[in-house]
Design a protein around this ligand. Structure first.
Ligand SMILES: [Zn+2]
Length: 165
């Protein structure tokens, strides 16, 4: 019988593995869009379904968390692309737009962890990747160094956070 802790461990594990597949697929995508992200998530779910380990409902939970987390990266990538456009207008841009977006998303996981994007909210008990969470109530920061289940706020016990990138 699987315990609650096993399910939690499985969720973090499948999230981490699926995020690698999503990242790989986004790197291959010509243009990184919402559609490309959906396709990449679909691929990661297909991958999970083929594994010997039966992940069950964790796959959908991980897919939802990945969509939320990668969407904030897409927002960031779009901002970078806009900056790229400005550079190109000045004649300094060499990289194509596609390369820029793909590059930004590709490195997003590790390097944009602390750049703030206040639009994304997440909740205690959900899985998420490395980064900094800010309590929506008291502003306390929770730093996650790897994919983890989101804890309660250590200061006030609240369950809603903003996700920083
Ligand atoms: Zn708090």
């Amino acid at each position: 019988m699987a315990t609650k802790d096993d399910a939690k461990k499985k969720l973090v594990e499948v999230y981490e593995k699926m995020s690698v597949i999503v990242k790989k697929n986004l790197d291959k995508a010509e243009v990184v869009t919402e559609e490309a992200l959906e396709k990449a998530i679909k691929e990661s779910k297909a991958w999970a379904a083929k594994q010997k380990v039966k992940y069950g409902p964790e796959v959908q939970k991980a897919a939802d968390a990945l969509r939320r987390d990668f969407q904030s990266r897409l927002t960031k990538a779009t901002e970078e692309t806009k900056k790229g456009l400005n550079l190109e207008r000045l004649g300094a841009g060499i990289l194509s737009l596609t390369q820029r977006v793909a590059k930004t998303v590709g490195v997003g996981l590790d390097h944009f962890a602390d750049k703030l994007n206040d639009k994304i909210t997440c909740h205690t008990g959900e899985v998420t990747g490395a980064g900094t969470l800010t309590c929506a109530k008291c502003g306390a920061k929770v730093k996650l160094t790897k994919a983890s289940l989101i804890p309660e706020c250590p200061k006030c016990g609240h369950n809603t956070f903003r996700r920083g990138y």
